[in-house]
Every structure is written in structure tokens, then in C-alpha cells.
Write a protein that binds this ligand. Sequence first.
Ligand code: PLP
Length: 429
Amino acid sequence: MIYQRSSALFAAAEKVIPGGVNSPVRAFKGVGGTPIFVKSAKGAYLYDEDGHRLIDFINSWGPMILGHAYEPVITAIKERAEKGTSFGMPTELETQIASLAIAMVPNIDKIRFVNSGTEACMSAIRLARGFTKRDKIIKFAGCYHGHSDSFLIQAGSGASTFGSPNSPGVTQGTAKDTLLAPYNNLAAVADLFAANPQQIAAIIVEPVAGNMGCVPPLPGFLEGLRELCSQQGALLIFDEVMTGFRLAAGGVQERLSIAADIVCFGKVIGGGLPVGAFAAREEIMNYLAPVGPVYQAGTLSGNPLAMAAGLAMLTALHEDSDVFNRIDQKTAYLHEGMATVLQKTGLPHTINRLGSMISVHFDETPVIDFETAKKGDNERFKAFFHGMLQEGIYIAPSAYETWFITDALTYEDLDKTVEAVAKVTKVLK
Ligand SMILES: *Cc1c(COP(=O)(O)O)cnc(C)c1O
């Protein structure tokens, strides 16, 4: 495949945008080469600027769960746009989407809409701190909760209790309030509570991790977090920005029957427009301004176009609840196909999957946390990525990403994908 026009567009973009992209994950830093520029997309396919059709396994990093340019969403946006695109005043639409989200998701009474997953997580943490009157939070290495200061902390030296900033610009003052534990390690969390009595406001966790590849929670992990939080007077925050309205209508809370105190949303909830949200029981949500003391605001929050897109998306998922089953089955089919092929080639690998989240690590060590995720052979992944691209299949340009399956994918698309995996991995060996 030739990427002449994409290369030229990228060169032009680099002159006026840092790295040529408005979000680093779009750059091909992890795999080499230059990003592909999209012209349009429909259903399961991307059409790039050089005229190729690609089967898309990113789907805007999750939102397009029913495929690109999904008709009801597009119609809702068009109809709404005619009526004005922003007022800075309340609209009925906001109550409609709020009511629907609350009907679909367990354990929430009220929800507030923001503009991104980052904003949702950042606001949820402030709310948890205000509500508990405590400062510290626990996060897990390898979990991503957006790019706000408190979350850009990684386990530098795994042994250290205090986080160290992994992005310049995050102050030590902020970093010291973020405590780190390895994912799936309940004992480490219990130790943090013991070492910081009455100081921990909340645990924030991706209840099925998707930002170090897909890493499902081990049996008992989420249950244990729930118990520790309840015992210690801390809040359990589920960051369901990726898993919400994907693993079930009610997200992981429904799928694995575990109640969180605050839930964060993004991605699917906006139907492809910039939307995030956070939700909790009334007692917690009423801590927010204007009823409560915790301030949080947004000029474009609850924007009518975004709410119309989100409402159309949630309505589609609500009315056709079998959709979650269908995408799970499609993902299971892809899983089996790839597992068979990879076993035949004898390449060391681990495939992790829960529902419609799946990822391939090129290492045979079970991937249960960030340390084991890092063992994956990145050189193999790079070759795999570019090989798949040559076959017309677009997966995330990083070994640390989940594949996002959409209902628009046909079994024929999946067969083609498995054939491509067979062809590409044969050479990889
Ligand atoms: C994508 C993501 C975010 C950040 O959402 P943005 O809309 O990119 O700000 C937060 N948490 C998780 C789990 C995510 O996958």
C-alpha cells in the first residue's frame, strides 16, 4: 500500500501541530512510520486519503460501537444543528439522556455531563475528595484515567509508596497524593490503606483494564477493592470510560455485579461527539455545585449536539440490548480464530479478552498487570501492526491498546482478519 498523500498531509500537519497530531496516541511513535489520514468512514470501514479501505479495529478508540456514521446518530446531530448548537442554558435533551443513562446503569441516581473522559475522572476525584474530606487517592500502574495531573503518575520504582511524576509539569505536590499499586494486587492496596490511615479518599480503577492491552480483573480483585473501600470509608470509583455501555448496558457494575460509588463515562456515551460524564448516588452527587460545595463547570457541558448524539447512541443500545451479546460473540469468534493461528505458528503469545475487549501480547507470560504487559515483544508487535496494515486491517498503533470491536463488523470481516493474522505471523516467526 502506498501512503503518499497521508505522508504529505502529515508533513504539513507537523509544521503547525506538535507532532502533527492532537492526541499522542494517533502518532505512530510506538510502531514507526507516519500516521494514516482518514477521509471518511462508514460502518466497519475507514477510507483513507490514499484511497484504501481499511477494516477498523479502533473505532475512534471505542465510541463507534455500532460502526462509523451510524444513521440514527447522524440524523440526530443534523436535526439538532438546525436548532442552534450551543446556548449555555439548560435544554430538555440533557434530562432525557440523564434519565436514560440512569435507567441503564446500576447504583446511580444522578449524573453530570462534561466534555471528555479526562474531565469526568478529574471531576470524580475532586468530588470524592470533597465528600470524604481526605486528600489521597489510589490508582493502579498501567491504568489510564485521562491526562489530568493526579493521574499521570506511574510506578517508577515499584517499591516506592509515593508516586513520582512521569510527565514534566506535574508537581511533586500533586504526585504525593496519588498512591500506586499494581493492578490485580489486593495486598498492595491493603498495605496502602494501612500506611495512610483515614487519608485515602478513593480508589480509582479501570474495572476491566484496557490501557495496557486488555487486562481483566482476577477473581476477587474488584470484590476486595469494594470491601476495603467500605471498611475504610473511601469511595470506589470505576473508570468505565472504556467499559461503560460496552461490556453491558450497565458496564462492569452490571456485568460483574459489583457496586461502585462513583462511575465515570466517556467514549460510547457521546456517540462520537466529545462527551464524558460522572455519576453516583444522590448523597454524593449533591456535593456538587450549585447544590453542594464542590465546584465543577463547563461552558459547553451538556452541549445540545453532543447530547443529541449521545442520546441517539444510548437509545439504540437500550432498544437492542442483544447488541452486547452480538459483539461479545464476534469478539469470541475472532479470539478463537487468532488463537488457532498463533498456536500453529508457535509464536509466544497471550490473548486476553473480556467481552468485546481483546488484545494480543507477544509473550507467553499471563498478562495480569503492567509489569507482565511490558514483557510483550514490541519489535514483533511493530512488524505485526505494519503487516496487518498491508492486509488492509487497522489495529491500534501500540502494543498497549485494546482492540475495539463494533457491531458493524461482519463474520466475513473477521475471517479476513484471521487470515491476515495467519499470513502476517507466519513471516514474523
Ligand atoms: C479514553 C480513556 C480516558 C480518557 O478519556 P478522554 O475522552 O480521552 O479524555 C479515561 N479513562 C479511560 C479508562 C479511558 O479509556
